[in-house]
Design a protein around this ligand. Structure first.
Ligand code: SAH
Length: 383
């Protein structure tokens, strides 16, 4: 039984946690029921794997900064679905040390007299902070997002920040000069350290750059990936595709039990991380390609190439016909579909239903207190 914390004081205004105030066991039941309903046609889900301690699990923490009319600077989160900022000083699901860094930055902005960006007028400099922590080695990357690369006294700012938080291993200045709700812009300038963090998962070491995707709940990620490997039933000979591979985590974990792994991913920074991660773990039977996953599969199918097992882990919007149609032509024996969007998963499973049968459906709770659920599905080729 999970310990329980007091009710979150920001819940009513923040809106980030749809299940705040609900007992954890009850949250799991709601998620189980939701998955059962959405995937009814595909099969019966296994019981959801929950967390023992469902608090402070997020390794990626974001804060937006605002200057109030009173002159006070607040740091917090956008109220769900709006651009209003809710000041948050202590979030129950985020890494606590990251929360402290966000508050220190708030004070430093004031003493360094740095202007806060105003979304309505486009004036001002400082916009957001993004923090990533490595669970196993305690590394911490702080990304300062500003509207311009000209950041006054940036070296002293970084020095003051690191002095208060020696756990910070790297600081990056990200330039976002567009009037957009995207947090990060395209340009990263490393101010201190390596410009990325390193973390360990399932016995391998990974580097993660600021704009690369990385699962936000490292405890549950290990459980999720172990499940995915179990469902892939690799024997050491298979040709494996890791589609939507991000920094290569799934493909590299699979590599030691496969003949050959090909990872495909759209984000070039993530592919660069994947190539580096392959090398740093001394893996020789994996390669990574920066390309749209659908285009890549179409090219493979047209060339008459084959794959034995395909892992696919698309974003919440799910996969597409451009991917699923050539996937059916490639006709792998097994597909392991990892999804953070059960609605789009249900849609995609329908598209595959004539050719593949869902043999196992395993929900994993990666996002306690929120309404989101991760699901891994083992699909077996029919006939
Ligand atoms: N498998 C990885 C990443 C999953 S997140 C992990 O477990 O960490 C989904 C990834 O799909 C993101 O890295 C995103 O950049 C990538 N992506 C989104 N659309 C894509 C497309 N059309 N083709 C290839 N990759 C895509």
């Amino acid at each position: 039984m999970a310990e329980t914390m007091g009710k979150c004081p920001y819940a009513a205004r923040c809106g980030g946690c749809q299940y705040q105030g609900m007992e954890y066991q009850k949250q799991l039941e709601m998620k189980q029921e939701n998955i059962r309903r959405l995937l009814r046609e595909a099969g019966r889900p296994e019981p959801i794997i929950g967390m023992e301690k469902p608090y402070h699990y997020r390794n990626k923490v974001h804060a937006v900064y605002r200057r109030l009319r009173s002159g006070e600077i607040v740091a917090g989160t956008y109220q769900e679905g709006t651009h209003r900022v809710v000041a948050v000083e202590n979030c129950q699901i985020e890494d606590p040390e990251a929360g402290k860094v966000i508050q220190t930055i708030r004070r430093l902005l004031k003493s360094f007299r740095i202007k806060i960006y105003n979304e309505d007028t486009g004036y001002g400099l400082f916009r957001h902070v993004l923090i990533r922590t490595g669970r196993k080695n305690g590394q911490m990357l702080v990304v300062l997002v500003a509207a311009s690369p000209v950041f006054p006294s940036k070296n002293n700012f970084v020095k003051a920040l690191k002095k208060e938080h020696p756990s910070i291993t790297s600081v990056v200045l990200n330039v976002n000069d567009r009037n957009t709700s995207m947090v990060l812009g395209d340009r990263n300038i490393t101010l201190s350290g390596k410009g990325f963090i390193e973390d360990e998962l399932c016995g391998l070491r990974f580097r993660i750059s600021p704009s690369s995707f990385y699962q936000v709940n490292p405890v549950q990620t290990e459980i999720l990936y172990a499940k995915a490997m179990e469902l892939a039933q690799l024997t050491g000979r298979e040709r494996v595709i890791d589609a939507y591979c991000g920094i290569g985590t799934i493909g590299l974990i699979a590599a030691k039990k496969a003949g050959q792994v090909i990872g495909v991913e759209l984000n070039r920074d993530a592919v660069r991380d994947a190539v580096d991660n392959c090398k740093r773990n001394g893996i020789r039977n994996a390669r990574f390609i920066a390309r749209d996953a659908g285009e890549f599969l179409t090219a493979m199918a047209a060339a008459g190439e084959k794959a034995d097992v395909v892992f696919m882990d698309p974003p919440r919007s799910g996969s597409s016909r451009a991917f699923l149609d050539p996937l059916k032509i490639l006709a792998p024996e097994r597909i392991v579909y990892i999804s953070c969007g059960p609605e789009t998963l249900a849609r995609d499973l329908k598209t595959l239903a004539g050719s593949y049968r869902a043999a196992k459906i395993q929900p994993v709770d990666m996002f306690p207190f929120t309404g989101h659920t991760e699901v891994v599905v083992q699909l077996m080729r029919r006939g």
